[in-house]
Design a protein around this ligand. Structure first.
Ligand code: GCU
Length: 437
């Protein structure tokens, strides 16, 4: 079978599998069959000492946990001397009926014309002249998919996606314009006073297992990176590294207040958003939409997608060490609540969907609760309840959670909660009042 059609089949198979609400394929979808487990305590250090102060958290425990996620789950990206070259291809053109200004910037990661490039698309609110807070997230099939706007540069890289999304043989066509617009309500986001920026994840690393021959891995000059040994960073680590390069750019963009940037992502890109917020404290808030296994869901529950399933179907996403926990979750020195705890005290929002059992909504909610003690230790409100909100109700303080009715997707309901959450944390009271009118 040709590689392209093989990956197309794999992709369609995964979509099909994620819609099956039974215990087919050996996956468990019954709460009663969740094994007994004990979560590692984020507030007990590796030497057994309890963490009782913010100082102990930041000076040692947080570092330990970050290192464990690097070594055992996502992998390391070695330091690099790459000096990104910026090319602003579009400065600021009125767009979306005049409500936004559109900017497009190419960030070339290296000095060679052939170096990998991130094509960044940004919409700023046209009615605000000073620096605004922003949402940034990677997209699945190219920037042109987020709005039916013919001026958006068409992605030329390998993408996942099929013909129904305007992607033919993994290359997006003109028909892909706006195909994911329902996931990116740009007009509403800018109306509420936020910029929104996105880039295609495949600009950083195409989403297939090719032993890291392409994408940014080639930049890191570490041979083990190519072989994906032990703790070498995989595709999620590469995507996350790219989001940090986008943040580097924001630090020089006068129209974005880089101290108020929320990193947002859906599904595999939700896993990426969480890892990015955990690693890079410059991101002021993190939003994970249906991120599931390797994202917000507790691995030890083995509900829906398991560590073995994800490492088998997507062998390139995590580091090789993570595979040693296939069917061996209890040996993990971390679980995903500790990923959320790394973001503390910055705001984090986790969203699930009722039909998205593959992503284990209950496991995502329990991870929020289990990270709450760290948020509280750091003097925040954390998560203000111990009960799970009903479907389509949002509970929010420094941590937020909702369970939207419906399938694995990003919908307007999700964005409404994210915008309210961002207003709460990023906007002054006066600005909030004006914006909601
Ligand atoms: C698959 C995969 C999930 C992932 C999802 C997505 O379903 O198993 O882990 O979150 O794809 O990215 O859409």
């Amino acid at each position: 079978m040709q590689k392209n059609s093989f990956h197309e089949c794999l992709y369609l198979w995964m979509i099909f599998m994620s819609t099956i609400p039974s215990s087919a394929h050996g996956q468990n979808y019954e709460e009663a069959k969740v094994p007994e487990y004990t979560l590692p305590d984020p507030l007990v250090a590796e030497d057994g000492e309890s963490v009782r102060t913010a100082d102990q958290w930041f000076s040692s425990r947080r570092k330990e946990i970050l290192e464990l996620f690097r070594r055992e789950v996502y992998g390391r990206i070695p330091p690099t001397t790459v000096s990104p070259q910026l090319n602003v291809t579009e400065q600021g053109t009125p767009a979306l009926d005049g409500s936004a200004l559109r900017r497009q910037v190419t960030i070339r990661l290296g000095e060679e014309p052939s170096s990998p490039k991130i094509d960044l698309l940004i919409y700023y609110p046209a009615h605000i002249t000073k620096a605004t807070p922003a949402f940034v997230g990677l997209n699945f099939i190219g920037n042109q998919s987020i709005q039916a706007d013919p001026q958006i540069k068409l992605c030329e890289n390998w993408t996942i996606g099929g013909e129904h999304e305007g992607v033919v043989d993994h290359r997006p066509t003109e028909a892909s314009r706006g195909k994911k617009a329902s996931r990116w309500p740009v007009k509403e986001i800018v109306r509420r006073g936020y910029a929104v920026a996105t880039a295609h994840c495949g600009d950083l690393d195409p989403d297939f297992d090719d032993s890291f021959k392409n994408g940014v891995h080639a930049l890191f000059g570490n041979p083990s990176q190519k072989n994906h040994d032990g703790d070498s960073g995989g595709t999620i680590a590469a995507w996350s590294w790219g989001l940090s390069r986008i943040m580097d750019y924001f630090e020089h963009d006068a129209k974005i207040d880089h101290r108020r940037v929320a990193v947002v992502g859906h599904s595999r890109l939700g896993k990426t958003a969480l890892w990015t917020g955990a690693r890079d404290p410059r991101f002021a808030a993190v939003i994970s939409n249906n991120s599931g296994c390797g994202g917000a869901a507790l691995s030890r529950r083995q509900f829906g997608e398991t560590v073995e399933a994800i490492n088998t179907n997507f062998p390139h996403w995590f580091c090789t060490n993570f595979k040693t926990y296939n069917r061996n979750e209890s040996a993990l020195p971390v679980d995903q609540h500790m990923l959320l705890s790394l973001i503390a005290p910055r705001p984090v929002y986790v969203a699930s969907a009722t039909e998205d059992l593959w992503a284990d909504p209950q496991g995502e909610f329990l991870a929020v609760l289990a990270a709450d003690p760290v948020y509280k230790l750091l003097g925040t409100e954390g998560f203000p309840s111990t009960t799970k909100p009903k479907p389509d109700e949002s509970t929010q303080a420094t941590m937020g959670y909702h369970l939207r009715t419906g399938p694995h997707d990003v919908r307007w309901y999700d964005w409404q909660q994210y915008l309210d959450f961002a207003d709460h944390h990023f906007q002054s009271t006066d600005a909030k009042k004006k914006k909601r009118k």
